[in-house]
Design a protein around this ligand. Structure first.
Ligand code: ITT
Length: 192
């Protein structure tokens, strides 16, 4: 099965290649070279579907997309779907620093990484969600991963997401949870 991976984020491409090699081993993954979709949905699920539809319409090949971000309890879920542009730039460092500033003096550090994994093939549209609970650190720790990883302390890991190896992050992440659920639906026999 050919599948186009509809993301322009190289970090996501690398994580998805590893995750899907495990969870969807029969898929031959292809990079998406088309235009960036306009993400004007109001949920992670809507935006993931918008990106997967756009890639399917451009290529005619079954397409998957990921829409993801960090949702902070004390900020009522912000930055959420706006995580990539929280500080007004696309710079991960600016976004992370703004989030730390907005949480200065805030005791409730609870947060979650959220991922919507979408699949579109012209016949079916599927979306599965993955959530990774944790808390926002007071200062960045670690150099691995991308985005908000240096300030995210997962509940189920002893160190920040940026201090985990790629394989350790893959085993726990919101992205893994969402794409594993999507792969399970794709692997299930089609309804009669
Ligand atoms: P595409 O839309 O092309 O896939 P994007 O980076 O614009 O790429 P999103 O709109 O889904 O993707 O925004 C995701 C942002 O959320 C990303 O830029 C990071 O800032 C953050 N994020 C998502 N997953 C993350 C992860 O595993 N670790 C750290 N930050 C993450």
């Amino acid at each position: 099965m050919r599948i186009v991976v509809a993301t322009h984020n190289d970090h996501k491409v690398a994580e998805l290649q590893r995750i899907l090699a495990d969870d969807l081993p029969e898929a031959a993954l292809e990079a998406y070279e088309g235009p960036e979709a306009v993400e004007d949905g109001v949920t992670f699920a809507e935006n993931a579907l918008i990106k997967a539809r756009e890639a399917f319409e451009e290529t005619g090949i079954a397409s998957i997309a990921d829409d993801s971000g960090i949702a902070v309890d004390a900020l009522e879920g912000a930055p959420g779907i706006f995580s990539a542009r929280y500080a007004g730039t696309r710079d991960d460092r600016d976004n992370l620093e703004l989030l730390l500033r907005n949480l200065e003096g805030v005791a409730d550090r609870g947060a979650a990484f959220v991922c919507a994994a979408a699949y579109v093939d012209g016949e079916r549209e599927l979306v599965e969600m993955g959530v990774w609970r944790g808390s926002v650190l007071e200062a960045p720790a670690g150099t691995g991963g991308f985005g908000y990883d240096p300030i995210f302390q997962p509940d189920d890991a002893p160190v920040s997401a940026a201090e985990l190896s790629a394989e350790e992050k893959d085993a726990l992440s919101h992205r893994r949870r969402a794409f594993r659920a999507l792969a399970a639906v794709l692997a299930a026999p089609a309804a009669p």
